[in-house]
Design a protein around this ligand. Structure first.
Ligand code: ADP
Length: 183
């Protein structure tokens, strides 16, 4: 977990490769659905363009489907999900049905000024359609209103929270993250 621009995708991918587990990113699943012009993708598009969250039942459906396939014995990393308390509750049900408890929640911490700089500064070839200044502002707002409370929810449900420093070079952050997980 972490705010938009924290580097969840980059760090999650490196960590998944290091641990030999699949990474499931709801943002990527949604972008893929949108690119393939599926009905779900068309439904998600309007929300994503505005920087709003895609409805919980849509995202929960995607995650349930992704976890329905063959299981990776070493587990998996969820990236960008859950983003609302309803999603955290839904995930908890999905995992209970599969008897695969959550090992922990990694929170990637980055100060807000740095986030704005990163999101508005993505160079043309890596920038996304939801990187316009208005949308960036909206995504940060939505994060504070909807996603930050999920961290508290996990604390109240005795899930281990691992707070990692999201500032520095990609390598430095990854090394810090692995060190935290090892300890
Ligand atoms: P970022 O973390 O930088 O915002 P993501 O790729 O994780 O990027 O998400 C991009 C967009 O996809 C979000 O702004 C939102 O509209 C949608 N999205 C991704 N994951 C979720 C989710 N778990 N719940 C609702 N919407 C989501």
């Amino acid at each position: 977990m972490g705010p938009p621009g924290a580097g969840k995708g980059t760090q999650g991918e490196l960590l998944a490769r290091h641990m030999g587990v699949p990474r499931l990113s709801t943002g990527e699943m949604l972008r893929e659905a949108r690119a393939n012009r599926t009905e779900l993708g068309r439904r998600a598009q309007a929300y994503m363009e505005l920087g709003d969250l895609v409805p919980d039942e849509v995202v929960l459906g995607l995650v349930a489907e992704a976890l329905d396939g063959p299981r990776s014995p070493a587990g998996f990393i969820l990236d960008g999900f859950p983003r609302t308390i309803a999603q955290a509750e839904g995930l908890s049900e999905i995992l209970q049905e599969r008897s695969t408890p959550l090992d922990g929640v990694i929170f990637l911490e980055v100060p807000e000024e740095e986030l704005v700089r990163r999101l508005t500064g993505r160079s043309a070839n890596e920038s996304r359609s939801d990187d316009s200044p208005e949308t960036v502002h909206r995504r940060l707002q939505v994060y504070q209103a909807e996603t930050e409370p999920v961290i508290r929810w996990y604390a109240d449900h005795d899930v281990r929270l691992i707070e990692a420093d999201g500032v520095g070079s990609i390598e430095e952050i990854q090394i810090g993250l692995r060190r935290l997980l090892d300890s």
